[in-house]
Design a protein around this ligand. Structure first.
Ligand code: XMP
Length: 333
């Protein structure tokens, strides 16, 4: 609409003024905030923006290709895709404690991004030199880092953020979404031409499937989980609730599949199977601090479990998580 159109024009003008003819580097994750920031900055300065997309090997099915199709293919933005999956999976061998996994993934992420940003900075040095690091920080992040969070006595889960990175890289900070709430960021994304499915996607944790594979992370597990999860999400998107006309994907705040590295016995055809288990998790929440498990239609659960067990060889049992937060958390790790 025209209000958002005006907002975009003003934001574009502000970015152009701030950046001048210098270069900008942005870490693209595929999440809503970094995607909208990238689209907005690209609208303002085009090829002066370079996006760095680090694939840690713990993304969802086809996620990397989808990010590249959108930003490189459709928006024609400069995107450097870094396939670091071997590095991440290598460093995670033998590690099963959730916080330790988070720390390793967070540290590697910063290392890989820093190396890439330094390369770009050096490559641009001949011209004006890269001198901005763009981040998709939104207003709630600004408030949160203002101390409200640090008052908590215990950290349940450490969320890695990239604080301090601009200083370390010798780059100035560009945060064009700093004044916006999440729903405004989404509206902006749509107005900038990003697909609704991308802009209204459920949140996905930074450590990705690393905290959805319980215990030690293995590529074999990640591959099975990716396929099972894609089926669950597809069914949630296809299943329309008659009363509201909305899909169950839109009726839930977050939904995903968890890989349990235990085997159970099943029967398929005339044979016995001894395969892995997955759990489906779907919650409804307004703030993610508390959450109720979603009362998904039995038909949806039935179709999903049937498809997973038939289509993903290696998984022979599907369970549904009926735990609310608290005392459970949304993610299993
Ligand atoms: P929990 O599991 O603590 O999750 O109930 C609350 C919300 O936070 C997300 N989450 C994370 N996000 N890095 C992130 O960026 C993390 O390490 C992380 N752990 C949990 C979770 O997906 C949910 O939306």
């Amino acid at each position: 609409d025209w209000i958002m159109g005006d907002y975009i024009e003003e934001a574009v003008a502000r970015i152009r003024e701030q950046v001048g003819n210098e270069e900008v580097i942005l870490g693209l994750s595929g999440g809503v905030d970094s995607s909208v920031a990238a689209a907005l900055i690209h609208r303002a300065i085009g090829d002066q923006l370079t996006c760095v997309f680090v694939d840690h090997g713990l993304l969802r099915l086809n996620e990397g290709d989808m990010v590249m199709d959108m930003f490189e293919g459709k928006l024609h933005a400069k995107v450097v895709r870094v396939d670091a999956s071997d590095l991440f999976l290598g460093e995670l061998v033998g590690v099963s404690e959730p916080e330790q996994k988070r720390k390793i993934i967070g540290r590697l992420f910063v290392d890989v991004f820093k190396a890439e940003a330094s390369k770009l900075k050096a490559a641009n040095a001949g011209s004006q030199g890269a001198s901005f690091l763009a981040q998709g920080t939104i207003y709630p992040d600004v408030i949160e880092s203002g101390g409200a969070k640090s008052k908590k006595a215990v950290t349940i889960k450490s969320h890695h953020n990239v604080g301090g990175l601009p200083e370390q890289l010798g780059l100035k900070l560009l945060e064009p979404l700093r004044d916006l709430f999440k729903d405004e960021v989404r509206e902006l994304g749509v107005a900038l031409g990003l697909p609704r499915e991308m802009v209204y996607r459920h949140p996905f944790p930074g450590p990705g499937l690393g905290v959805r594979i319980l215990g030690e992370v293995k590529k074999e597990y990640a591959d099975l989980l990716r396929r099972a999860d894609a089926i669950f999400i597809e069914e949630l998107r296809n299943w329309i609730d008659e009363a509201t006309g909305k899909s169950w994907y839109d009726l839930t705040s977050q939904a995903f599949t968890v890989f349990l590295p235990v085997k159970s016995v099943g029967v398929m055809g005339d044979g016995r199977t001894y395969d892995y288990v997955v759990a489906l998790r779907a919650v409804q929440t307004s703030d993610f601090m508390t959450a109720d498990w979603a009362e998904l239609p039995y038909g949806l659960l039935k179709k999903t479990s049937g498809r997973i067990i038939n289509e993903v060889r290696g998984i022979n049992r599907v369970t549904y998580d009926v735990s609310s937060k608290p005392p459970a958390t949304i993610e299993w790790e």
